[in-house]
Design a protein around this ligand. Structure first.
Ligand code: FPP
Ligand code: MG
Length: 293
């Protein structure tokens, strides 16, 4: 990956090093706990770690929660329980994200993801759909243990919206710019917004802050997906849209959503995620240049 892209994401990995290590441990233990079955689920779940993503959704949860915690500073004992809860929440959201990718690969009949063979191809559709459901259910088990009914409700609504978005896309492709943005919102931004909102809620934020962080997640998610479509050459065919310009506009909106917060390390790292998205857009030019050499 391009150096500039690495810098911004790396800074988040370094900043959240301890929490992300705990998250990996938690995910491993969680998935190992559901291996009581005739089929070697251990083998199935190795896939989960083999195609390890960037953990962007957990990062959004942890930074949003941390930002709120830095405002409402709490005692040390309380802070430790709080971080444990945030890691549980981040694990649940990463599991939901992975479950959605497993289902997406079945729908798209994809054979590879992140240069790894997909679960549907490695095993088959039957195993993949059920393993996706299992991972998804486990996420709600974690939510249940957290005992935050408001968060469980937001998560359920989020998945409902993601599924509706996918169904709409299968039935008919977007006809105009508004429909396209609504689709990007449902498919990618809603889950990112949910990560930010739920991170804020678990850290005890008020409605204004929950809403600001939720908006940040939406605008960041749309910018992220616009750049993804740009890099994958998925330019909509039915109407004219400058993907790079729109990504810039949504990134600016996301930046504005954070203006209500005072400067802090958490805010700085949320802004670094926007820099990461902006730097990603250069990858295409580099790829092109490499092809021309
Ligand atoms: C990738 O799109 C797909 C998504 C980001 C979301 C897919 C959502 C669902 C299948 C519904 C939700 C289901 C659950 C269980 C939570 P893409 O195919 O454009 O991108 P890709 O290149 O990453 O495959
Ligand atoms: Mg796909």
């Amino acid at each position: 990956m391009n150096e500039d892209v690495n810098i911004w994401l790396e800074s988040n990995f370094v900043f959240l090093k301890k929490e992300l290590a705990l998250l990996e441990n938690e995910l491993k233990n969680r998935l190992l706990s559901v291996t009581n079955s005739k089929i070697d689920l251990h083998n199935v779940f190795n896939y989960f770690f083999d195609i390890r993503g960037k953990r962007l959704r957990p990062i959004l949860v942890l930074l949003s929660a941390g930002l709120v915690r830095s405002i409402n500073s709490k005692g040390l004992a309380e802070k430790n329980t709080q971080i444990e809860n945030e890691i549980q929440l981040a694990s649940a959201l990463e599991l939901i994200h992975n479950s959605s990718l497993i289902h997406d690969d079945i729908i798209d009949e994809s054979s590879h993801r992140r240069e790894q063979i997909t679960m549907n191809h490695k095993f088959n559709n039957k195993i993949a759909v059920l393993a996706g459901d299992l991972i998804y259910s486990h996420a709600f088990l974690i939510m249940n243990d957290l005992k935050f009914p408001k968060i469980s409700g937001i998560l359920s609504e989020c998945v409902e919206k993601m599924c509706q978005g996918e169904i709409n896309e299968i039935i008919s492709p977007y006809a105009d710019f508004e429909q396209y943005i609504a689709y990007l919102d449902a498919k990618t931004a809603e889950l990112m917004s949910t990560c930010c909102k739920c991170g804020a809620i678990i850290a005890g934020a008020n409605e204004t802050i929950i809403s600001a962080l939720g908006e940040f997640g939406t605008n960041f998610g749309i910018a992220y997906q616009l750049i993804d479509d740009y890099l994958d050459d998925e330019q909509p065919q039915n109407f004219d849209v400058n993907l790079l310009l729109q990504a810039k506009i949504y990134s600016e909106k996301a930046k504005k959503n954070l203006e209500i917060f005072e400067n802090s390390e958490y805010k700085k790292h949320l802004l670094n995620l926007l820099r990461y998205v902006a730097a990603k857009s250069n990858l295409k030019q580099e790829k092109y240049q490499e092809q021309c050499i």
